[in-house]
Design a protein around this ligand. Sequence first.
Ligand code: ZN
Length: 148
Amino acid sequence: MDNAKITCLTCGQTNRVPLDRLSQSPRCGSCGDPLITGGVTEMDAAGHDKATRTDELPLLVDYWAPWCGPCRMMAPEFAKAAKALAPHARLAKLNTQDHPDIASRARIQGIPALVLYQRGRELGRLAGARPASDIVAFVQSKLPQRGA
Ligand code: ZN
């Protein structure tokens, strides 16, 4: 694999990004928005479904809700992890209060829940609020070794 399919979370366009350009702030060929921000993007239903099914760059989704205290407490830690993991993984969040159908499809039992996806497969999940260091270590433990 010398390039990775990455879904634009703004417009839903699938982009092919050469791996050696991941760190050069690639932008969506359709809408021009950055594909890898080093931040946390709030996803809508279409963006969630497309990205979790097709993205080849690992995508970590935080399933959360506004009424969930631990979710709000974890948000700054999740943002720190997003910065630390860029450009090798993207971090995004999905509001399960707005999208209960998606939460049920993803078999989310309690929130916050973090699920790591790549190429339509679940690589692993982490339950409960975690510090940034735990989130980074979890994602790194699931990433393929270079050259493998
Ligand atoms: Zn776009």
